[in-house]
Design a protein around this ligand. Structure first.
Ligand code: THU
Length: 147
């Protein structure tokens, strides 16, 4: 645990919002509930996983939070995202953002510094997006003059 990295970020409030999102989670197929809370511009943007009967259309909690932030006008620079999860039996699970979510988070402004927090309010890990997705594809690649 490296709480120092979360200076000025109300991590307990973020955990409370992420945990409340577990109730909103729509996970009838996997039973695996995920809640997220994105911190940007002094505001909290919640998200939950939304599964679909066409399984591949499922939206993860992290991307749900990003969409919530975008639909509010993309305020500020997202500084942290808290992710919590529950197994189908209700027990606590650890959920690291999946590969697709890492890529979506990576396109956020200044995303290398985004702090990703997973675990419980009393015991969580913090890892930067730079560590989670090194050598990421990004907007700068689209402007490449090579090739
Ligand atoms: N899920 C998330 O919401 N976030 C992740 O980072 C990993 C997976 C969801 C997708 C699906 O609804 C369920 O967890 C099982 O994969």
């Amino acid at each position: 645990m490296d709480h120092k990295a979360l200076n000025d970020i109300p991590v307990e409030r973020l955990f409370a919002v992420a945990e409340s999102q577990l109730e909103c989670s729509r996970a009838p197929y996997s039973g695996f509930r995920v809640g997220a809370a994105l911190w940007s511009d002094g505001q909290i943007f919640p998200g939950c996983n939304v599964e679909n009967s066409s399984y591949g259309l499922t939206l993860c909690a992290e991307r749900s939070a990003v969409m919530h932030w975008a639909s509010a006008g993309s305020p500020g620079r997202p500084e942290a995202i808290v992710v919590v999860a529950r197994q189908p039996d209700g027990s606590v699970a650890t959920a690291m953002p999946c590969g697709a979510c890492r890529q979506v988070l990576s396109d956020l402004p200044d995303s290398r510094h985004l702090q990703v927090c997973t675990g419980t309010p009393s015991e969580f890990s913090i890892i930067s997006l730079a560590e989670l997705l090194p050598h990421a594809f990004g907007p700068e690649d689209l402007n490449s003059k090579e090739g």
